[in-house]
Design a protein around this ligand. Structure first.
Ligand SMILES: [Fe+2]
Ligand SMILES: [Fe+2]
Length: 317
């Protein structure tokens, strides 16, 4: 029988708080309370699932690489993502989770990565835009975890992950810039930005007035709130897009000292056409959550692809 979180994590909530107030890191189950353990498992699962699903998503688009050496760079990014996923799942294994069941036996809709990855990347333009936007989102989120996490083993592992994510987003930016030099290619880059920018805005989750973070911030699972993370992503992405002449619906408001979204947000998304129905105006977050929960077009195909090898091996055993 799998042990419960209560059996695995011996500390009380007060003991964890004292440990953290004393400036110490949590090094393993022996320092955890049930709430800390549950929260850490949740955030590690989201992170590892996101890294893992990016592999089939990027591989699908890598087929459109303009030349073999470009395909090679895409594959090296995919290898990094698999290694990042492995770090997360290994840590979950240390925290008493059945890693193999988690990766290979979960239903596709039970995976916890952002909805953006459920929408297919169908061209090299969309792949490099994903490096510029999605990897930037990953970088913002993981840098925050790296800076604030109280879980020592993860915090230390993220030093290397951060460097590799920097390479991914640089790959994205270099290519996006290069493609923009040619007007025909630029139009395709703009078309990719049109659906992918707003989808990445959603990535950071519910606005702060809708979501209470309580334990996530208190236990140092993250340092910034969802809206702060969204701001920090826009601060990195919008000036770059302006520099290369790609329009994105956001601007810096000097008076309010914040980035402002210039389109209805959140909005309805037509996932078959990969287009935002902005004319219909803003929608409520409940409708967005419904779309996220239903998952998108590629969810089962990607998870099936990730689980296929293991399944056939088990069938032979
Ligand atoms: Fe990654
Ligand atoms: Fe990445």
């Amino acid at each position: 029988m799998t042990p419960t979180v209560e059996e695995l994590a011996p500390r009380t909530e007060d003991e964890v708080r004292e440990h953290l107030v004393a400036g110490k890191l949590v090094e393993g189950l022996r320092h955890m309370s049930p709430e800390y353990l549950k929260g850490m498992r949740r955030i590690l699962t989201v992170s590892a699932d996101t890294e893992l699903v990016s592999a089939p998503a990027y591989l699908r688009a890598a087929q459109h690489a303009p030349a073999l050496n470009n395909f090679g760079s895409a594959v090296s990014i995919i290898q990094d993502e698999l290694a990042h996923a492995h770090i997360g799942y290994r840590l979950l294994g240390d925290l008493g989770v059945d890693m193999s069941a988690l990766i290979y036996e979960r239903e596709p809709e039970a995976f916890k990565y952002p909805y953006a990855f459920d929408v297919p990347l169908d061209s090299w333009h969309e792949l490099v835009m994903a490096n510029a936007l999605y990897d930037q989102a990953g970088f913002v989120l993981l840098s925050d975890v790296h800076a604030s996490s109280t879980f020592g083993p993860w915090k230390r592992a993220l030093a290397k992950v951060d460097k590799e994510e920097t390479f991914h987003l640089r790959h994205g930016r270099t290519w996006v810039k290069k493609l923009c030099a040619d007007p025909a290619e630029k139009a395709r880059v703009q078309a990719a930005a049109d659906w992918m920018f707003i989808l990445t805005l959603e990535w950071f989750g519910l606005p702060d007035d809708r979501k209470r973070h309580g334990i996530q911030l208190e236990y140092g699972f993250k340092g910034m709130s969802n809206d702060e993370l969204r701001q920090s992503w826009m601060a990195a992405v919008v000036p770059f897009m302006e520099e290369i002449g790609i329009d994105v619906p956001a601007h810096w408001d000097a008076d309010g000292e914040r980035w402002v979204i210039d389109c209805p947000f959140p909005a309805r998304f037509d996932e078959e056409r990969k287009a935002w129905l902005l004319d219909e105006g803003p929608i409520g977050w409940d409708e967005v959550i419904e779309r996220w929960k239903a998952r998108g077009p590629m969810n089962s195909a990607y998870v099936e692809r990730l689980q296929r090898g293991h399944r056939s091996r088990m069938a032979l055993a």
